[in-house]
Ligand binder design. Structure first.
Ligand SMILES: NC(=O)c1ccc[n+]([C@@H]2O[C@H](COP(=O)([O-])OP(=O)(O)OC[C@H]3O[C@@H](n4cnc5c(N)ncnc54)[C@H](O)[C@@H]3O)[C@@H](O)[C@H]2O)c1
Length: 364
């Protein structure tokens, strides 16, 4: 097991990474100062696969542990589920000294974190993320929230967990598509901040895709460290944290244009990165060989659902709803070279529009 610390101005916390940490989670959480049984928030899929190990570990340390389950899927990251969680917590007689343990992927982490941020004006919480995406991304940085009919993640709060436990073993039960979806985010971290991480993924891709414990531990630690460093600089996303959104602006547009049904979040990011790499190559920021090498790596991580058939107008409309694309001053995160990203302002609308039309026509 390896540990890294997320060090923030007013709050710091450990992230434990390694095979078998779920079975040790009770002791690890007690060691972080948690007292009394947590209220676990999860779903049936995750509880069926890994609930026994979790509850055995928790009950050994804290005694009988209640579990609140919500439905499985993005559509359950809703205010209905949130109020269901509050209701269940009141029934359990939860109070200001209670604490929440989020056990699941990013959906569970986001909603459980927001319940913790708001229940009785805020109670502590810890996270045991169980997807690769949630281990490298959503469990670090304190963004919590729910979706509303007006859009994704529009109601939320910054609320930092007090501990995160990422067990590489639990990833063995993830469907291949979910694993790939997390891996695209790992590639993103390499693309924006670490050439050596990119080289490592290139070399060890087969082992990573087979869930090799050593390889997963390495890429999770590297990614979590990059995110923790950026978040430490800019906790509330007022400036440099935007760099983490590499591939996300166009990626979100692909997701939104297909009503969040066609692509997993990571797959949208993968397409967003491919588009940004090709755009960077076209405007002369990135060498052709460098862009092609990264695109090959993204393509090698999994099978992406095609963008062919998505209408340009739908993508463009989704982009224009993005705050970064309003007032004519378009901002994009682009790479100068693999491992180094920068924020570019003043991207010309016509050039991007022409590029996207071509991209949609050419991409499969
Ligand atoms: N807060 C943040 O900073 C942040 C960052 C990125 C993404 N997110 C959010 O994260 C969510 C996406 O997260 P996700 O990709 O983890 O999706 P998810 O939570 O929907 O999980 C994907 C699927 O895998 C299942 N699952 C989870 N763990 C499993 C395991 N070990 N074995 C088998 N199946 C398992 C889940 O039940 C679900 O069906 C989105 O809502 C996104 O907005 C938040």
């Amino acid at each position: 097991m390896r540990t890294l610390n997320v060090t923030l101005k007013n709050h710091s916390y450990p992230v434990f990474v390694g095979a078998g940490t779920l079975a040790k989670s009770g002791a690890l959480l007690a060691g972080c100062g948690f007292k009394g049984a947590p209220i676990v928030i999860s779903n049936s899929t995750v509880m069926r696969l890994h609930g026994k190990t979790l509850l055995a570990a928790l009950e050994k340390e804290f005694g009988k542990t209640p579990v609140i389950k919500i439905g499985d899927g993005e559509r359950f990251k809703s205010h209905e589920s949130l109020f269901g969680i509050y209701d269940a917590m009141f029934k359990l007689r939860a109070g200001r000294s209670s604490w929440i343990l989020a056990f699941g992927g990013g959906v569970i982490g986001d909603i459980a974190g927001f319940a913790a941020a708001t229940f009785m004006r805020g109670i502590p919480f810890a996270m045991i993320p169980t997807t690769l995406l949630s281990q490298v991304d959503s469990s670090i940085g304190g963004k919590t929230g729910v979706n509303v009919p007006q859009g994704k993640n529009l109601i939320g709060a910054f609320h930092q967990p007090s501990a995160v436990i990422a067990d590489t073993e639990v990833l063995k039960t993830l469907p291949a598509r979910e694993l790939a979806s997390g891996l695209y985010e790992v590639i993103k971290y390499g693309a924006i901040a670490s050439k050596s991480l990119l080289g490592y993924i290139e070399k060890r891709l087969p082992e990573i895709l087979k869930c090799g414990a050593r390889e997963l531990e390495h890429i999770i630690m590297e990614s979590a460290q990059i995110k923790a460093d950026v978040v430490a600089l800019d906790e509330k996303e007022t400036g440099p944290r935007a760099i983490l959104n590499y591939g996300h602006t166009i990626g979100h547009a692909f997701e939104a244009a297909t009503h969040y049904r066609k692509f997993k979040h990571g797959e949208g990011v993968a397409w967003g990165m491919i588009a940004a790499l090709r755009y960077g190559r076209e405007v002369g920021l990135l060498k052709e060989t460098e862009a092609d090498r990264l695109i090959k790596l993204i393509r090698g991580a999994g099978k992406l659902p095609p963008v062919k058939g998505i209408r340009f107008d739908d993508i463009w409309n989704a982009l224009m709803l993005d705050k970064k694309f309003q007032h004519g001053d378009i901002r994009m995160i682009l790479l100068n070279k693999p491992g180094k990203a920068a924020i570019y302002n003043g991207i010309e609308k016509d050039s991007l529009c022409g590029f996207l039309k071509k991209f949609l026509a050419e991409s499969l």
